[in-house]
Structure formats: structure tokens, C-alpha cells
Design a protein around this ligand. Structure first.
Ligand SMILES: [Zn+2]
Length: 414
């Protein structure tokens, strides 16, 4: 799209949303929204075709609706649609109030009442972005020091990845975007690919992907190939736990004040993810169990869910808001794949809570659970890591209290 005399992609436009100048970020936000609105009918039609096809696939396979089919296809043997609905309800009661506190704090710091959709990404104190390292050598060296302090075994694993050239971290011209860990299955070794440019997000990414890599290394001795990787709900416990555990040592990248700011941003991100996952997940539950619904009913449900899980003020932008689910790629490409991130986050927060009580014990449970690979069902993998595979309020409420307490501690200097 064209913006201020230049041709920009939507990703490039997102940078303007961090702009301290509110008028500029509002203008950028409105341009993105306007571009999306141009294709509203086309996107709705594509979705309706998918809806129709998916419903027929489910019926042909003998299922009552596509949700039942999708749960079976995704191999969800350890939790049901009803468990997901319980997860949504628990998040609403426990995490949404925490999100509202964060929004109120942001509103106050920015001096903006109410917050609008373009006020979410800017630093609330108008500071320039964090710059944790100058080049990839700095990222690798800092990460190595983090893992060495965390656990000698993990440190050795990361060192092995360096020695065997299993890291491709630098952004360069022509390189594919994104970041991921993958297993070189024959060699039974992990490989990390990413596009580091020197942002805070890059430190979070390397910690996350290293968690996946440690998982691959830990399970490499399993005889069966299928056991050398775990279900996604637990793979993300491995990676998200590493973000939290590794974050304890990010002074390797920052001054103490910067480290507090980075931690705060990370924890706020967790609160946001936990309240965003149920919006997208509950929407899919509704869509696939309400055959024959109209476009208007579908948007109304989306808006109801945004309100239910804590949103900012969209007055005057009703059309944009009703279509805002169009940007969630998962809804189109990988139906029902989303709640996994919420489930895994609950596991990761429990690993972190355990680590606060007993560092060595939590680390040894974490490593033992990783070593099981995919040889056990989810509840047993969670149990081995010292976590409960439960979605009730009693499990989630203490984790939210811990997050809020941590944010309060970090808040003094911010
Ligand atoms: Zn991951």
C-alpha cells in the first residue's frame, strides 16, 4: 500500500504503530484497516467456501460437525471441546481482570483515555526500542552465557549447536522471513533458523527456539522416530518455559533497568496471548457448531468475544472491528490450531512457578519431561514437568497472581 510517498507492505506498516507520535500511528493504523476493508466481501466468500467444504468433509467422515472431526484429526485424545470451553471461562474470570489492569496502567502512562486500537504497540513512556546486541555473534555469545548459567547440560547443548553449525540466525537479503526450530531427523539434531536484526523480540525468539532445540536433543535417543517429537501442546511448554527461565539472566544483554523493561514487556505479552487465544478459539467453536449462520451473526459473535475478553475502544470503527478476524491466518489455513498456545502457556507458567520455589528440582523435572519426547500422553508429559494438565480456575488463578506480583515488582522502576 502507499503511505507517505512510499510503497509499504503491511508488515512494514506495523513499525509505524510503535511511533510515539499518535497522529502518525493512527494514520498508519487507519490505512491498514482501510486496505483490509477493500477485500471484506472476497475474504468472507473464501471463508464461506471453506466452511462449506469442511462441513461436508466432516459429514462424509461420519462426524456430526467439523469441530468433532477437527479434534480427531488433530489427535486431541487428552482433551475435549468441553475442556476448551472451560479454558475460555477460566481465562475470562482470572486473566481478563489482569489485562484490564494493564490497559488502565498504559492508558494512564500515555495520558490517553480511552485507549484506541492504535495505542497498543507504542512504548508507554515514549522510550526508544531496546537494542540487546549489535550483531549475531553478540546474540550467540549472550545466549550461550544465559544457558550456561541456567544449566550446564543445556549450555553444552547450545555449544554443540554452535560447533556443528546448527544456527542460521542473521537476517540477510533474500532470506525467507520468520523463525523456527526444526529437527534434522537423520542426524537427530536440532536446527534453528531466524532473522535477527537486534531487537528485544530476537532475544525472546532465540530463547524460545532453543527450548525446542533442547527438546529435540533430549529426545534423540528414543528408538522410535515418532517418539522423538512430542505433541505441539507440550513442545510449546518446552519453548515457552525457556523464555521465562532464560529471561532471569537477560542482564547478559541489558543493563539492569533495561532488563526489567524487557521482562515487563515479555510478561505483558503473556497476559495478552492468554486473553487472545480464547477469542480465536471460541470463535471457531461457534462458527463450526452453528451451521447456516449469516455473515451478520458471525461478526456479531466475533464482537461479543472481543468484548468478553477485554478490548479497547473502537467507537466509530464498527465495520473495521467486525472484520478484524480476517487477519487471523489460522482461521483460514489451520482450523482449530490455536488453543495449543494457551494450553502450553499454562504449562510454562507452572514450570516457572516451580522454578521460583525450587530451581534445581524444576530444571530436572523439565529436562526429564523433555527426554520423554512423544512417548507419553499429554497429562503424563505435563506431570513429568511438574505441571497439571488442567484448565480450571484453581489451576490458572495462582499463575495469574504470580504474573501480577512479578509485574508489580518490575513496575517500580518503570
Ligand atoms: Zn514454538
Amino acid at each position: 500500500m502507499h503511505f507517505r510517498g512510499e510503497e509499504k507492505t503491511v508488515d512494514a506498516m506495523a513499525l509505524f504503530l510503535e511511533e510515539p507520535d499518535r497522529a502518525l500511528r493512527q494514520e498508519a493504523w487507519e490505512r491498514i484497516a482501510a486496505r483490509r476493508l477493500q477485500d471484506v466481501d472476497k475474504v468472507e466468500e473464501i471463508f464461506e467456501r471453506l466452511l462449506d467444504l469442511r462441513t461436508r468433509i466432516a459429514r462424509n467422515a461420519g462426524f456430526e460437525d467439523y469441530r468433532d472431526y477437527a479434534f480427531r484429526r488433530l489427535g486431541r485424545f487428552d482433551y475435549s471441546a468441553a475442556d476448551c470451553l472451560e479454558f475460555h471461562a477460566s481465562i475470562e474470570r482470572t486473566v481478563v481482570p489482569a489485562l484490564k489492569h494493564l490497559q488502565a496502567r498504559r492508558s494512564e502512562q500515555l495520558g490517553l483515555f480511552p485507549l484506541r486500537p492504535w495505542d497498543g504497540a507504542v512504548d508507554p513512556l515514549g522510550r526508544p526500542p531496546l537494542r540487546p546486541f549489535k550483531n549475531v555473534a553478540g546474540l550467540v555469545a549472550g545466549s550461550q552465557r544465559v544457558f550456561d548459567q541456567l544449566d550446564s547440560g543445556l549450555g553444552a547443548g547450545f555449544q554443540l549447536m554452535q560447533d556443528q553449525r546448527l544456527l542460521d540466525l542473521a537476517n540477510r537479503e533474500g532470506k525467507a522471513p520468520g523463525g523456527f526450530q526444526t529437527a534434522l531427523r537423520e542426524a537427530r539434531l536440532p536446527f534453528i533458523f531466524m532473522n535477527a536484526v537486534g531487537q528485544q523480540r530476537d532475544v525472546e525468539t532465540i530463547l524460545h527456539e532453543a527450548g525446542h532445540a533442547f527438546h529435540t536433543l533430549a529426545a534423540r535417543e528414543r528408538d522410535l522416530d515418532a517418539y522423538r517429537s512430542a505433541p505441539i501442546e507440550f513442545c510449546e511448554v518446552a519453548s515457552m518455559s525457556m523464555e521465562l527461565l532464560g529471561n532471569e539472566f537477560i542482564e547478559e544483554f541489558y543493563s539492569p533497568a533495561e532488563a526489567r523493561r524487557a521482562r515487563r514487556k515479555h510478561l505483558e505479552g503473556i497476559v495478552r496471548i492468554l486473553t487472545w487465544v480464547p477469542v480465536v478459539d471460541a470463535f471457531q467453536h461457534w462458527v463450526y457448531t452453528h451451521p447456516g449462520h449469516s455473515r451478520t451473526e458471525r461478526s456479531a459473535e466475533w464482537i461479543r468475544l472481543l468484548d468478553r475478553f477485554g478490548d479497547v475502544d473502537w467507537s466509530g470503527l464498527e465495520e473495521q472491528r467486525a472484520a478484524s478476524w480476517h487477519r487471523v491466518l489460522h482461521l483460514f489455513v489451520v482450523p482449530f490450531y490455536f488453543v495449543e498456545y494457551g494450553i502450553a502457556q499454562l504449562g510454562a507458567l507452572q514450570v516457572w512457578a516451580n522454578s521460583k520455589r525450587d530451581k534445581a528440582g524444576a530444571m530436572s523435572d523439565y529436562k526429564a519431561a523433555l527426554a520423554l519426547g512423544g512417548s507419553r500422553p499429554l497429562p503424563e508429559l505435563f506431570a513429568a514437568a511438574g505441571c497439571r494438565f488442567r484448565f480450571d480456575q484453581a489451576t490458572i488463578a495462582p499463575l495469574v497472581e504470580m504474573l501480577e506480583a512479578e509485574l508489580r515488582l518490575l513496575g517500580h522502576s518503570q
